[in-house]
Design a protein around this ligand. Structure first.
Ligand code: ADP
Ligand code: MG
Length: 330
């Protein structure tokens, strides 16, 4: 990229979706009107080329879309309604202008679906790897944000959908790259890896109910995220292996063991995992059915030290945070 200023004006949105935005891109900072009946929810996440994504498994469009989706998933896990985002880029010489345009087209596609405005960012050079950092901002009704620390003994544990597809898709991509040949079933899991959705609607439906819910999003695998809930709530959680919503076996080259491992340790599914009382859960399931959302029971909460156990047909075993950890290599 030659001209930073031309680049910024090329990515600046021509129109806005949030009517409370007063100053967007082009000044020293963005300004939007605060809401009196809401709490603001803010999160930030970074993706580094070679660590979080590779250009032979994701297109520039998909990298942009996914960088925003990761943040949207964090907002969803608080029950928030997404509103704004800011993008900080460190750009190496290996990235062409057209590819950067594609990156923004990917972000913009998801942002338009969710009514989010791009309101600022920062642009700098990098040596070798693209680094993309997105800050996302949303709102939730006053005091209704869904915290991890809300689990109580007797709660059921639920997830909002299928687990393990993203890890299965990544496995196929690492084997054959994105220019490889794939069956229809393989294409389906690859798409889940490349273009994850984030469960904004499910998060909002839960926050709006106003009942006690502990919630977390699944970015590092169910095991690690459930342990975070157990730790924040200081409770024991029991998951039933036979209740896990695994990816189908048909048309995919993965054993039952692998599909369980993808669900527990694969990560990047961007479903939500949470706990709530049985009665609230039955009502939520009914609401979900009407709006096309699923809330699937996978276990329960007990009084006891912070830990998560998996009941299989043979044994009860303690789960650890075996998901992807960037500082634990090899
Ligand atoms: P400043 O020197 O005040 O930090 P910049 O020249 O960095 O201003 O940015 C000018 C405007 O462009 C600001 O509104 C900033 O938020 C926005 N901006 C800069 N880089 C990006 C980017 N990569 N994506 C979106 N907006 C950006
Ligand atoms: Mg700047």
């Amino acid at each position: 990229m030659e001209d930073e200023f031309a680049f910024i004006s090329s990515v600046a949105p021509k129109e806005t979706l949030q009517n409370r935005l007063k100053v967007g891109i082009g000044d020293d900072a963005a300004v939007y009107v605060g809401k009196s009946d809401s709490d603001e929810v803010v999160c930030v996440d970074t993706m580094v080329e070679g660590i979080h994504f590779r250009r032979d498994t994701l297109t520039p469009f998909q990298i942009g879309r996914k960088a925003l989706a990761i943040n949207v998933s964090d907002l969803a896990a608080m029950g928030a309604n997404p509103a704004f985002y800011l993008v900080s880029l460190a750009i190496p010489p290996t990235w062409k202008n057209e590819e950067l345009t594609e990156l923004y087209r990917g972000m913009n596609e998801l942002a338009a679906e969710l009514g989010m405005d791009l309101i600022g960012g920062d642009t700098t050079a990098a040596n070798e790897s693209l680094v993309i950092t997105i800050t996302a901002i949303g709102t939730v009704r006053r005091d209704q944000a869904l915290r991890r620390s809300n689990a109580k003994a007797g709660d059921i544990v639920f997830v909002t959908g299928e687990l393990g597809a993203s890890a299965a898709g990544l496995e196929l991509l690492l084997e054959r790259t994105r220019s490889g040949t794939f069956s229809e079933e393989e294409k389906a899991v690859i798409k889940k890896h490349q273009e994850p959705e984030g469960q904004v609607q499910a998060g909002r439906v839960m926050a709006e109910r106003g009942c006690r819910i502990a919630l977390n999003d699944i970015s590092d695998g169910l095991a690690s995220e459930a342990i975070e809930l157990a730790e924040a709530s200081e409770k024991t959680m029991i998951l039933k292996e036979e209740w896990l919503p695994l990816i189908p076996s048909h048309g995919l080259p993965f054993s039952y063991r692998q599909r369980v491992d993808f669900a527990l340790n694969g990560g990047e599914d961007f479903q939500l995992v949470g706990t709530m009382g049985r009665e609230d859960y039955e009502q939520l399931k009914a609401v979900g059915k009407r709006s096309g959302l699923s809330f699937l029971e996978i276990g329960y909460v007990e009084e006891g030290p912070a830990a998560v156990y998996l009941w299989t047909r043979e044994e009860k075993r303690r789960l650890d945070k075996a998901g992807y950890n960037h500082f634990r290599r090899g």
